[in-house]
Design a protein around this ligand. Sequence first.
Ligand code: SRM
Ligand code: SF4
Length: 634
Amino acid sequence: MVKTPFSPDYKLSKVEGLKERSNYLREPVASELRLDTNSFSEDATQILKFHGSYQQDNRDNRAKGQEKDYQMMLRTRSPGGFIPPQLYLTLDKLAAAYGNNTLRATTRQGFQLHGILKKNLKQAIAAIVKSMGSTLGACGDINRNVMAPPAPYKNRPEYTLAWEYANNIADLLAPQSGAYYEVWLDGEKFLSAEESPEVKAARQRNANDVNLPDPQEPIYGTNFMPRKFKIAVTVPGDNSVDLYSQDLSLVVITNKKGELQGFNIFAGGGLGRTHNKEETFARVADPIGFVDKADIYDLVKAVVATQRDYGDRANRRHARMKYLLADWGVDSFREKVEQYLGKAISPAKPMPAFKYQDFLGWNEQGDGKLFLGLSVENGRVKDEGKFKLRTALRTIVEQFSLPMRLTPHQNVLFYDIEPNDKEAIAKIFQENGVEIDPTAFDPLVRHSMACPALPTCGLAITESERALPGITDRMRVLLDKLGLTNESFTIRMTGCPNGCARPYMAELGFVGIAPDTYQVWLGGSPHQTRLAQVYQERVNHAELEIHLEPVFAYFKKSRRKNEKFGDFCDRVGMEAIREFVTKSQSGETTATKTRHRVSLPEEIYNQLNQAAASQGKPISHLAAEAIVAYLQSQ
Ligand code: SRM
Ligand code: SF4
């Protein structure tokens, strides 16, 4: 039984009962899997999540009076985004045999397969496990995929340490009961790698009530966590993992010789919100302090135990750990963690400022070999017309047996590449119509992310992945029109307020709140170190330009030298932006005054058009320049 925190009449949510009765995540999944049905019951779908699968239906195929087109999504648990070559080839085969012919790199460094029928789920999961992969704990009220910077710098020990600890923490917090292997592999246990003895000992170590009296699941007990729980490990200065959005972030601290000293700790980030429910909010993590390397697993357990025992198990909308920090304050939270840890947490060690990194293009990895970071638009690995990304990745893995790291920005990185193979690899991409030079992309596309939303996500209110490419194009047209041609910023879009593509950390965020309608967020930092703010509550998809052109015009007019768009919006604030926009829409500023049409003879129009094209300017700009020059010369 879980401890019930706040009041004697504490009423557990329904999911708590399902977890408790599931016999450590076995039922009703195991029984329903044997039934000849197209779908799982609602109770089974809740437990199925812990096994790394969501029941979905293709929302494009919904028709009144007909059964939904049920299909399963599968998500890998891939600490630090590691995908060994044999696993990649298996995922690729599964996408073709059982899925929708695509793979999708996620914002937490996993791969998702969509479109798997219930009858094929067991074969699919078994194949993943037999190829050194896993889906266990990729979803559900449990520790999720542990993130780490994907860069394989072999000459920078802090990067190697981040991978090692991401892996070990994933092992430490993996479910122990064996249910997963019973359900999907008929009890056969395949492990990708032996767990480190240090991790095993840390799991069993029990001081200060940190473990539960539960021999099967000493850390989680029968009820697991109150809600999903997310951890990242990173290195000083590297914010590729979006560390402020995690429940718990650890930053590797080394000495000058590159030897591990311990970790700076951040806690209490989380982005999920519910529309019109003020009590739900996005929150950035707070710095908690520094913990010596010898205590790091105990610290992780202490934070997990704090959330396990005090997180809200009655109201799932208030159940993420960020609400404990918000309700208690950082100091009380730290004190509670210290009680479980049995010692004080030291003040944090100094660190450089965190920066956004995406590691794209060809890079040296520090041991004579190379790595290649590849931009994958919205993470979707597919073949479409002449663009054959899936074929290219498969061919490269087959020929060169390269390991892969998925990045937190839905991109793919190959590493351990022999310099002699560089040309052959580049040729495979070229033959399959895939651009690998990151500077060849519009940086707006390179730095954008969208969640899947429609048609697979059951919670989607608007389009996201299918809408964002058109919207980044429209933003580029606007910027060009205003003479901001070289400007770029992070754009992130989600089909609902849950925030799966972390839009609240972006410089420009679009969050679906009603059909075809987005909330627009501005002012996140270019390095994802602060939250954005709501600029407009509801903007129809077709009217984004009306609300954004004046903001870009204001930015152009009033930015400081080299100031980035997100920093500008944050500095001037939403009120000033809205005021400027209102004035400009009513014609009071020069930025976007009402424009008048002027007719031109066709020949002159054609000449102007050609001149505009050759100068790379919008025709209206060139015409305005010419007329202003003429009038001034009079
Ligand atoms: Fe997410 C639920 C997709 C990262 C916050 N997320 C979902 C579901 C499973 C919908 C559902 O519950 O039925 C989505 C499946 C869509 C589909 O068709 O595949 C979904 N989330 C994703 C992915 C695939 C988005 C992507 O573009 O890559 C990401 C998978 C990551 C992974 O490999 O584990 C994904 N989700 C995130 C993140 C970002 C992160 O973790 O860094 C967040 C915000 C951070 C956070 O958790 O605070 C996020 N997803 C949510 C939430 C809101 C949680 C909350 O605290 O309120 C939900 C809904 C829920 O849990 O009730 C959700
Ligand atoms: Fe689905 Fe919403 Fe997440 Fe997008 S943000 S994948 S719409 S839950």
